[in-house]
Write a protein that binds this ligand. Sequence first.
Ligand code: FE2
Length: 380
Amino acid sequence: MQNFSYKNPTEILFGKGMIAELATRVPLKTPVLLLYGGGSIMRNGVYAQVKGALKKHHVVEFGGVEANPFFETCLKAVTLVKKERVKFILAVGGGSVLDAAKFIAAAALFKGRDLWAILEKHGENVTAALPVSTVLTLPATGSESNGNSVISRQATMEKRAFASPHVFPVFSVLDPTTTFSLPRKYVRNGIVDAFAHTMEQYLTYPSAAPLQDRLAESVLQTLIEVGPVTLAKPKNYEARATFMWSATLALNTLLGCGVPQDWATHMIGHELTAFYGLDHAETLAIVLPGVWQYKLPQKRAKLEQYGRRVWNVKTAKAAIAQTEKFFHALGMPTHLGDYGIDAAEAAEKVCARFVERGSAFGEHGDINAIAAATILRLRA
Ligand SMILES: [Fe+2]
């Protein structure tokens, strides 16, 4: 097992009716930014519940945060935060709203002039941030309980991530009933995203970390079990609750303690979203099997372990096939061609981006521009 430090400061407030907790937990004496997305919280009653809990608070609202939140939108929110002297940010929505809140929180206190530098330096230059808390309405990203954020820049079609211990939420409210009305596609995406997060920390090479392996496998098995149920029965509280908690555990930094991590699938996937507008999870379902195919010799031992323990199959190839079958059963395509995207063109574009940035990812740091292009060509 590798050395690690582990600290997750986010308090999780889980269950029915927990939004009411905002009344006592959000500071009363300072202006609070209420950040949200496209307005689904108006339709599903979450906005009314939040406003009800905050009726004694000084609330400044900013809505319209888009999926794959734009840097340009965040800048407008930063201006509002400074103008209104906001001291606390409450993000209500899915991972995109939460990610935007983290960026806004860091940007509001950032010393430099160029806020894009936060993304270019992956957050290493973030030394402080406004406190952020969240009400999660879409299980997927794990953003409710980690220090990660992904922001897209419209002007340059870039999608970049940053991480900082300063942007872990202070608390996050997870009420599974807020997910009852989610469109099917969002649920499918959330299952695949949580599955991929687990894999990025698990499917590498054996590293004498049996507990982390078993933890990861239990999250995978739970998602496989509960994913189809929550799609078939959207108002089944137990299934929604289990899915919601699984997505949090998939990326609250626990699974990654002391083990090598991959993340090549995410990094290649971000480029596909930037260039072609695919949903984040759609890119993962395409790229993940490709990374495994490309790295089959190095990943064979873990693929076989995963296959044996999770799917009861013997070979690495069968484990990959089972994974794709699972994605298909959720209604998730796994090839570029399914979206009418030319694999050769995608390979060329992503390759150029990786060359430009000198990027190399994966547990061996060998998923460079050439490797990324090869992986994408495998996914025609
Ligand atoms: Fe993700």
